[in-house]
Design a protein around this ligand. Structure first.
Ligand code: FES
Ligand code: FES
Length: 163
């Protein structure tokens, strides 16, 4: 038996018929062909499938599609308008924090989620948001560099708003 769900995905309303056991990740990747969120562990342990659901970073392999009925979903494909990138993506590019790229959408979405939740996030807040995200290639050094850049930008902004 299938269930009818309606989601807003990257600003577009979608109606889908899903099985009770379908994960949100499967539906995004295989029904909507949004393959930016990756299937790594499939068990909530690696962070590769991270997306925003109602503005919060979540692991899409752990959410059933039926649980997301009515939700607002943003994937890496919908983060910035076509041809543009966000400050998180820019920081990753500048720090050369991408090698094979498998983990990158998850890292980026986790930071985006934290910065949307808390516009005054500190370096520690950003690092906490990256807890449990795994990367097999970079050794994390460049990802930390990108995170430091973002933390500095946020600190400057916070300082300005306090003046
Ligand atoms: S695939 Fe979802 S956390 Fe690893
Ligand atoms: S860049 Fe390859 S897993 Fe992170």
């Amino acid at each position: 038996m299938t269930h009818r769900i309606t989601l807003t995905v990257n600003g577009i309303q979608r109606t889908l018929h899903v099985e009770a056991a379908d994960t949100l990740l499967r539906v995004l990747r295989e029904e909507l062909h949004l393959t930016g969120a990756k299937k790594g562990c499939g068990e909530g342990e690696c962070g590769a499938c991270t997306i925003l659901m109602n503005n919060q970073a979540i692991r899409a392999c752990l959410v059933l599609a039926v649980e997301a009925d009515g939700a607002d979903i943003v994937t890496i494909e919908g983060l910035a308008p076509p041809g543009e990138i966000t400050r998180v993506q820019k920081a990753f590019i500048e720090a050369d924090a991408v090698q094979c790229g498998f983990c990158t959408p998850g890292f980026v979405m986790a930071l985006e989620g934290e910065m949307r939740r808390n516009p005054h996030a500190t370096r520690d807040d950003l690092l906490n948001a990256l807890g449990g995200h795994l990367c097999r290639c970079t050794g994390y050094e460049s990802i930390l560099q990108a995170t430091d850049t973002l933390a500095r930008q946020l600190a400057q902004k916070t300082k300005k708003t306090k003046k």
